[in-house]
Design a protein around this ligand. Structure first.
Ligand SMILES: Nc1ncnc2c1ncn2[C@@H]1O[C@H](COP(=O)(O)OP(=O)(O)OP(=O)(O)O)[C@@H](O)[C@H]1O
Ligand SMILES: [Mg+2]
Length: 319
């Protein structure tokens, strides 16, 4: 049983009553216990929508979400509250996600007060102190307010708050994007250490290939609301098959002379998020696109034992 399983999930937002934004279109993915699935894609590709749906912070238009085998969408409010202790989220902007008027100890202890109200106050305090130590903050930080901390320290508080209820899953929505490079590395190391220690599954959202490359076991590449390629990170990085993945890697990484396929470059403009597409979402920008890419449905299809690609001619050499 997977820790998290999204099946054929779509999310459409209605804007102004007349326009529909197709934010997610028929996305299926899983996160297994203790592993990191990186979700990568450009701005507007649907990553945050996906992360929020995974925790039922928003409801899908279609599809199902299972957490540890439980149908999240069928849960009544009480069941959902219980489950929230086991599935947490860490946001991009630590400061905005922390209450500026609360001390660090109270911020970190808040989920315990909500989810385990019967725990004696002294036990809660010692648990908070332990978690503050676990994320590398000095004990005296517990009395400070968020505004008295650096960005990296603030994100450590966000992490402490997320792990205090001992969750099995954490959705990390660009957790290091707002941090300086050196601090970013420290936070990534902390997240990796905590995962080893506590065995949590991560749904790690990022637009930055360099960030996810070394932290992810598997990767799902998103484009315009769809997963276009998925598989073990090492294999996707070494031998990308979808023209979008290849363009993304070519733009971000030095060209690997051993790579079998030449890099792909995208042309033209992205299709509008308000346009319903049944064929390939990359059509019009794709260097190897053909008429049949727009005439037929193009869906994620098994490519080999553990990879899937949404392209009718994966790996075709591009310009
Ligand atoms: N509440 C909403 N109402 C209307 N449209 C929305 C809403 N939330 C998201 N969208 C739209 O859905 C699409 C996906 O947005 P989302 O925030 O999931 O993208 P993202 O991949 O997280 O982007 P970024 O990298 O910029 O954070 C975008 O076109 C966005 O404008
Ligand atoms: Mg986002």
């Amino acid at each position: 049983m997977s820790l998290l399983e999204l099946t054929n999930v779509s999310k459409e937002f209605s804007v102004g009553g007349t326009t529909t934004v197709y934010a997610l279109d028929d996305v299926s993915l899983t996160v297994n216990a203790g592993e990191t699935l990186a979700v990568i894609g450009e701005s507007g590709s649907g990553k945050s929508t996906l992360g929020r749906l995974a925790l039922r912070l928003i409801e899908p238009t279609r599809g199902s979400v299972h957490f540890q085998g439980t149908d999240m969408l069928a849960l009544p409010a009480a069941g959902l509250r219980q489950l929230r202790a086991k599935a947490q989220i860490i946001f991009q902007e630590p400061f905005e996600s922390l209450n500026p008027r609360m001390r660090v100890a109270d911020i970190v202890g808040e989920p315990l007060a909500i989810h385990q109200p019967k725990t004696p106050a002294a036990d809660r305090r010692s648990r908070v102190a332990r978690v503050i130590d676990q994320v590398g903050l000095a004990p005296e930080m517990a009395r400070r307010f968020p505004g008295e901390l650096s960005g990296g320290q603030q994100q450590r508080v966000g992490i402490a708050r997320a792990i205090v209820t001992e969750p099995s899953l954490i959705v990390l929505d660009e957790p290091t994007s707002s941090l300086d490079l050196s601090v970013r590395a420290q936070i990534l190391q902390l997240l990796a250490d905590l995962q080893t220690e506590l065995g949590m599954g991560y749904l790690f959202i990022s637009h930055d290939i360099h960030t996810v490359r070394y932290v992810s076991d598997r990767i799902a590449v998103m484009y315009r609301g769809r997963v276009v390629e998925t598989g073990p990170s090492e294999r996707v990085f070494a031998d990308p098959q979808h023209p979008y993945t290849r363009a993304l890697l070519a733009a971000a990484l030095p060209v690997d002379p051993d790579q079998e396929l030449p890099p792909a470059r995208l042309v033209g403009d992205p299709v509008s998020p308000t346009e319903k597409v049944s064929g390939c979402v990359l059509y019009g920008r794709c260097p190897v696109g053909e008429d049949r890419c727009v005439q037929n449905e193009v869906r994620l299809t098994r490519f080999d034992a553990d990879r899937a690609v949404a392209c009718i001619k994966p790996g075709a050499p591009g310009s």
